[in-house]
Design a binder for this molecule. Structure first.
Ligand code: PLP
Length: 403
């Protein structure tokens, strides 16, 4: 039995083939490379029931992942994340409760574990000893953890105002981490600048081909969790867009395998109004986004002023008949407070943005009452600053008041 059906890498812009058995970054056209599989052979060789019968989790999908065999895996326990209905949070009358796919339960508390588990393992396989990344926090934490487990050295560059928990967890997981007085694109320039001198491999979003393959498992997982049908609409907090592009790729592959039938979900890219380059490009009918000036938002993970894969995000939104929506930091904070208090789910600000966007889309009629909606909470809410508690009581108090 074949462990993987991966055959080659393909330039996402020109379609040019690249050798999958070698270490690769961008294509010769300087665009992201996508892994391709022999889906016809997989279709003949493995029925979907065989996949569904395996223990749940990321590695049940190994035929659709690039690792050559199980010995190459670096694992910290990649579970299948649950779908939690928001039964009590507000929604327009007649709408079904949206489902939150809670990625905060993965190793390192975010969905970045999926992509970095694959990317670090593939880099190690190709002889890489040092990996470096520009990161708003969660990707760096995941890279540090998988590098530690796999015996690689890790180097992380974070914008100054990256959540403190992220900076500390990166350091505690053995990486060297710098605060940078700039944004993620400035951090990316530092990674590129140190490549020659320090000999590290660049793990930036879409600059190597395998983080997207790991993130793809979110789309595969949704299919198996919903008994091989998919929801009508998926709200995704979009920074570099790897997850959105990855899920769209996953559903194309599942469709080609005959394991799911269209219609595929409508994809909604959710951004913050302080950094919404994809929303602006989508609304203007453009295929590439202009860099966003003075980007700011409490949702650090989606503060990405310019995405290398902008055209892949915009293509997927349009092909899926989806759209892009920006929400304000006030809406994000209110959504986070509401879902925590009413449904007991502590969302990350990025996850809260998807609930705020869901409400806006439902109220404006962009989605309908019978639509099954899935919202991605991509990190544990525990990784972010939370309001401090100011209520105090003296240990000897005779009376307790609630005001
Ligand atoms: C919690 C969280 N949500 C969303 C994103 C955006 O992910 P993507 O790069 O796939 O668009 C990130 C990225 O840092 C993140 O950390």
């Amino acid at each position: 039995m074949r462990y993987t059906y991966a055959t080659h890498l393909e330039c996402s812009e020109t379609g040019e083939r690249h050798d999958i058995s070698k270490l690769q970054g961008l294509s010769t056209a300087k665009k992201p490379l996508l892994a391709r599989y022999d889906l016809a052979a997989l279709k003949r060789g493995v029925p979907r029931e065989q996949i569904a019968a395996r223990p749940a989790g990321l590695w049940r999908w190994h035929e659709l992942l690039p690792l050559p065999d199980a010995t190459a895996i670096i694992s910290l326990g990649e579970i299948e994340t649950p779908l939690v209905p928001l039964a009590n949070s507000e929604r327009p009358a007649g709408f079904r409760p949206p489902l939150v796919k809670d990625e905060g339960r993965l190793p390192t508390g975010s969905f970045k574990a999926r992509g970095l588990a694959l990317a670090v393992a593939m880099a190690r396989l190709h002889g890489v000893r040092r990996v470096a990344i520009p990161t708003n926090g969660n990707a760096g934490a995941a890279m540090a953890a998988y590098a530690a487990q796999g015996g690689l050295e890790a180097f992380c560059f974070c914008p100054d105002d990256t959540p403190e928990t992220n900076l500390s967890e990166i350091a505690l997981q053995g990486a060297i981490v710098w605060r940078v007085n700039g944004l993620i694109d400035d951090c990316a320039r530092l990674v590129a600048a140190g490549k020659e001198q320090f000999g590290w491999f660049d793990m930036s979003t879409l600059r190597e081909p395998y983080r997207i393959e790991g993130k793809k498992t979110m789309g595969l997982e949704l299919a198996v969790q919903l008994q091989w049908r998919l929801p009508q609409v998926v709200f995704y907090p979009t920074g570099g867009g790897t997850g959105l592009i990855g899920m769209w790729k996953a559903w194309q592959e599942l469709h080609e395998l005959g394991w799911i039938t269209p219609p595929l979900p409508r994809l909604v890219a959710v951004q913050a109004s302080g950094c919404a380059p994809i929303v602006r490009a989508f609304d203007a009918g453009k295929r590439h986004a202009e860099p966003w000036a003075n980007a700011h938002t409490v949702a650090a993970g989606i503060r990405v002023p310019a995405a290398l894969g902008d055209f892949l995000i915009l293509d997927a939104l349009r092909a899926s008949n989806g759209f892009a929506l920006a929400v304000s930091d006030e809406e994000i904070e209110a959504a986070r407070a509401q879902v925590g208090a009413r449904d007991g789910l502590l969302l990350s600000p990025e996850g809260a943005a998807t609930y705020a966007a869901y409400l806006a889309a439902a109220r404006s009629g962009r989605i309908g009452p019978t639509d099954e909606a899935v919202l991605f909470n991509c990190a544990s809410g525990l990784k972010y600053p939370m309001p401090s508690v100011t209520r105090r009581i003296d240990v000897g108090a005779r009376q307790i008041t609630l005001d």
